[in-house]
Design a protein around this ligand. Structure first.
Ligand SMILES: Nc1nc2c(c(=O)[nH]1)N[C@H]1C(S)=C(S)[C@@H](COP(=O)(O)O)O[C@H]1N2
Ligand SMILES: [Mo]
Length: 494
């Protein structure tokens, strides 16, 4: 068998998938750092209380005396490190991450199919426990500055074989599975899933540690190849030859690395020049996939009172101004919610009227796009009840949620929701959080809860609901405030 394994060589599929993997893995790491930078704290616990993190990458101090939102947490990372940086840009970082992961997984599947189809797996998958002492011996050789003897496991020594097997069969699946555990849609439909990792934040920490493992592996892997015999290894991994066209292989190999670097530079440039195009192209490439996998999932969360987080991050600053002050006084006695647009029966609902309608209560996990999550109990009216009462016209396909909040440039915070998702049982207009009327920071007097989605979809300080045919006719046409100005994808299910 060792003979077969030795002559197996470096076929074209192996060399190509190895190269493509290098491109997408580097894109994943850099876009991943961009995403982490938006909430640069990692936790083992599921509540994300500031100070309870096991690791943080920020020197910002959490002020006790003034309002601090989770957006204030985001740190800038140089575009030479994070894709795509400069100023923090979570939206584009996520687009590149999901774009890269789609192709990385596809490439990985092709690789694994060939690996098993051709029998090449035999030089990767350890078939005997002897690999552990053998790998230890190899490690000792390196550690004492000796080259390990060329053993029967040519072309890989035991330590190499073990490392490669771990990268392919442990790190790669772990990164995919822990990534999926961060999707609010997955967690909402299958609350047992994040628990496989402990909780969603443990999955997030693990996802980070897998990246660290890759970052340790890559330079060690390169160093090992260089120490051993760089030109010969280049001949193998570029041309699939044994000491034949070494000079050509080295130049081609360096050229191929330069192409990867050029792609990274191009993507930084493109993201900074044409962020809207990146948002659209990425959407075209990956939205259909998330739709296929996640769109139909409904939330089935039923957590306990004991799960409720004592601290719940705030994102977005409450409305200001006189008109708002007028509305907010006397517990929002004069506030009313209009429901209009493509409906037969426009509504105008006071808080008292909303409270008199059928009530739903749910304890759920809230997932912010930045990375934190927390648990709370929400009480409110199912949106389906409202839709029933206003008699939706058949051409209505989306709900637009307007809020009383306006940013410094006078732009309204708004969002959209597909009408099917609006009818999910846990999609509600909440007026209570943890058994008390909504606090101002959390969206008083009324906010949206869509439990399969990221937090940014759940508009606070609601002003009006409008039924429309197409969200492209509203604002900048991307589906919401954060989609318009921060390039977020509008689905918000992962
Ligand atoms: N009007 C308005 N609604 C909003 C936001 C906002 O900035 N303005 N932020 C959103 C985001 S990004 C999140 S994570 C949640 C946060 O809800 P919380 O502040 O109650 O935690 O509200 C969402 N709803
Ligand atoms: Mo968020």
């Amino acid at each position: 068998m060792s003979h077969d394994v030795a002559i197996f060589g470096f076929p074209l599929w192996l060399r190509l998938t190895h190269y493509i993997n290098f491109l997408f893995l580097t894109l994943l790491v850099r876009s991943g750092i961009q995403i982490l930078a938006d909430h640069p704290r990692l936790y083992w616990n599921k509540h994300c209380t500031p100070g309870s993190e096991w690791l943080k990458f920020t020197k910002k101090v959490f002020p006790k005396n003034k309002m601090w939102t989770s957006t204030d947490e985001a740190v800038d990372v140089s575009p030479w490190i994070a894709l795509s940086g400069g100023r923090h840009n979570l939206g584009l970082g996520r687009h590149w991450h999901f774009f890269a992961v789609a192709f990385w997984v596809l490439n990985g599947l092709v690789y694994v199919a060939f690996l098993f189809g051709t029998g090449g797996w035999r030089r990767l998958v350890p078939t005997s426990w002897d690999i552990f002492p053998a790998a230890w011996q190899t490690f000792l050789s390196y550690a004492t500055f000796h080259l390990p003897p060329v053993g029967i496991l040519h072309p890989y020594n035991p330590l190499q074989q073990l490392a490669y097997a771990v990268v392919v069969f442990v790190l790669a699946p772990l990164s995919i599975l822990s990534g999926a555990a961060m999707s609010p849609a997955v967690d909402a439909r299958f609350p047992w899933y994040p628990r496989l990792f402990g909780n969603r934040q443990k999955a997030r920490s693990l996802h980070f540690l897998v990246m660290v493992a890759y970052l340790v592996f890559i330079p060690v892997h390169l160093a090992q190849v260089m120490i051993e015999n760089l030109p010969q290894k280049m001949d193998q991994i570029v041309l699939g030859l044994e000491n034949q066209h070494v000079a050509l292989a080295v130049s081609l190999g360096l050229g191929a690395i330069a192409v990867v670097v050029a792609i990274h530079v191009l993507l930084i440039w493109w993201s900074q020049r044409r962020p809207r195009t990146v948002q659209h192209v990425s959407g075209m490439l990956t939205d259909w996939l998330t739709r296929l996998l996640l769109y139909r999932l409904t939330s089935r969360q039923e957590y306990n009172t004991a799960d409720i987080s004592s601290y719940f991050w705030v994102n977005g600053k409450p409305p200001v101004g006189e008109a708002w002050g007028e509305l907010a006084k006397d517990g929002f006695a004069s506030w009313k919610l209009p429901v209009n647009g493509l409906v037969q029966q426009p509504l105008l609902l006071s808080l008292a009227e909303l409270r008199a309608m059928p009530q739903t209560r749910q304890i759920t996990q809230h997932c912010c796009i930045q990375g934190w999550s927390a648990f709370a109990e929400w009480t409110g009216v199912p949106l389906a009840e409202i839709l029933k009462r206003c008699k939706v016209l058949p051409q209505a396909r989306y709900l637009i949620f307007h809020s009383h909040q306006v940013d410094e440039q006078g732009r309204e915070y708004y969002g959209s929701l597909d009408i099917q998702e609006a009818r999910h049982p846990q999609t509600i207009l909440a007026y209570e959080m943890n058994g008390a009327p909504l606090l101002m920071n959390h969206g008083a007097p009324l906010r949206l809860r869509v439990e399969t989605k990221l937090g940014f979809k759940m508009i606070k300080w609601l002003e009006a609901i409008e039924l429309i045919e197409d969200y492209r006719s509203v604002g900048e046409g991307q589906g919401g405030y954060r989609e318009d100005f921060q390039y977020f994808g509008t689905d918000g299910e992962i």
